[in-house]
Design a protein around this ligand. Structure first.
Ligand SMILES: C[S@@+](CC[C@H](N)C(=O)[O-])C[C@H]1O[C@@H](n2cnc3c(N)ncnc32)[C@H](O)[C@@H]1O
Length: 382
């Protein structure tokens, strides 16, 4: 099969775990860069990457790379591809551009220019042209201009890969599914030991943990842009999905103790709906409990949580008390266990009164965070 160059994007801080995921899928020559990983492989690898990468947000295929110094050069670069290979005339496309130190200054202009070259090629050769759909196009394209080097990608994923399909409604969750999965991968959790999230909100950590433990492909219940493409290999895709379904079925037989709690009834009902949609209602134990009263059914070996940061002014006193309560709760658990806490604010993590043994720098949406590791070997204070 033809060797294809890919680029997968992830949240800042998750590049190494994603590179490991890519290598495990058989990706060749993985090269980590800020916010993503380049790699090579065949068509099957691109499909597998969409289906299996837990920490990725997007998977793109490189269509062309070249030197581009002016508009005429950009026109030649885009027109050099036979666009019928990538799109039917009655399908839709979108073009996004990202520009640095280039002859063009405006990314919107560059995107428009590329789109015009493509539709003009269709019109010239076939008398008809495809339309643009910026929301849900069959062919999402991305142009990168860095100096005089141009790279054109097509996005295999379509909708962001964090959309697994188990959220009945898209909640304004501060932690998306791919980030939660990436944070779990950073812990090195063995996927067998008991895991607890005592402030679970909509339940992202425990659901992602259940998916990992049961060997469920995160993309099993959704569609991808590449399924609409003229060069889509439906037989190859069917095989991959069948294998993933078999693995998910077998995986349900060996699930660890997974527990989640929250003091907010609304959050818990959202969590329950997502857990149900993901098919883990019998697997994940949910408790409606205040941190101070929480009694885990099984002593956790690992705790992962994303406490509130207090986004509104005036919340800080209450939020600090929540973090202090979390610190007390961690100290009440039976050692040995390891806790991982996502903090966007050092003054809050200090309230835990515990010493972190590792700090992973990660970006959660717009917030620079630390994924703090607290090994609780024996009781620690202050
Ligand atoms: C930032 S959200 C967690 C979001 C979560 N990671 C998700 O996937 O949706 C923090 C959660 O902590 C819960 N919480 C805050 N204080 C708590 C307390 N004292 N006891 C239990 N839960 C608490 C809130 O109700 C909220 O759902």
């Amino acid at each position: 099969m033809r060797e294809i160059r890919y680029y997968a994007a992830c949240n800042l801080g998750l590049e190494e775990v994603m590179a490991k995921e890519i290598a495990d899928l058989g990706g060749r020559e993985p090269k980590t860069q800020r916010g993503g990983v380049q790699f090579c492989g065949d068509k099957k690898l691109g499909y597998s990457a969409c289906l299996w990468l837990r920490s990725a947000i997007r998977v793109q295929e490189v269509l062309a790379v070249g030197a581009v110094r002016d508009k005429a050069g950009l026109k030649r670069f885009i027109d050099g591809l036979d666009w019928q290979r990538f799109l039917h005339v009655d399908q839709t496309l979108s073009v996004d551009a990202s520009i640095r130190d280039s002859f063009l200054n405006h990314s919107l202009y560059a995107a428009q220019f590329v789109k015009d070259v493509i539709v003009d090629q269709f019109r010239g050769r076939h008398g008809r042209r495809p339309s643009v759909d910026t929301r849900d196009p069959e062919l999402p394209l991305k142009l990168h201009l860095r100096g005089d080097r141009a790279t054109l990608y097509r996005d295999l994923s379509g909708a962001s890969l964090h959309k697994r399909g188990y959220r009945p409604i898209q909640v304004k969750s501060p932690l998306n599914e791919a980030t939660a999965a990436g944070l779990l991968l950073l812990t090195g959790w063995d996927r067998q030991s008991p895991l607890l999230d005592p402030m679970c909100g909509s339940g992202t950590f425990v659901i992602e943990a259940a998916m990992m433990a049961s060997d469920r492909a995160p993309g099993l219940e959704r569609d991808f842009a590449f399924q609409q493409w003229p060069d889509f290999s439906s037989g190859l895709w069917r095989e991959l999905v069948l294998e993933a379904r078999n693995r998910a079925r077998a995986g349900l037989r060996r699930l660890p103790d997974l527990e989640a709690a929250d003091h907010h009834a609304g959050a818990l009902s959202l969590a329950r709906r997502s857990i149900d949609a993901a098919g883990f209602l019998d697997v994940i134990k949910l408790q409606h409990a205040e941190l101070d009263d929480l009694q885990p059914g099984v002593p956790p070996a690992i705790l992962v949580t994303n406490p509130p940061y207090g986004e509104r002014l005036g919340d800080m006193g209450e939020v600090e008390r929540t973090w202090a309560a979390l610190g007390a709760f961690l100290k009440s658990l039976r050692p040995p266990m390891t806790a991982y806490v996502l903090s966007g604010e050092p003054s809050l993590s200090r309230q835990l009164r515990l010493r972190a043994s590792r700090r992973f720098a990660v970006r959660n949406g717009p917030i620079d965070c630390r994924w703090l590791q607290y090994p609780l070997e024996s009781r620690q204070d202050g």
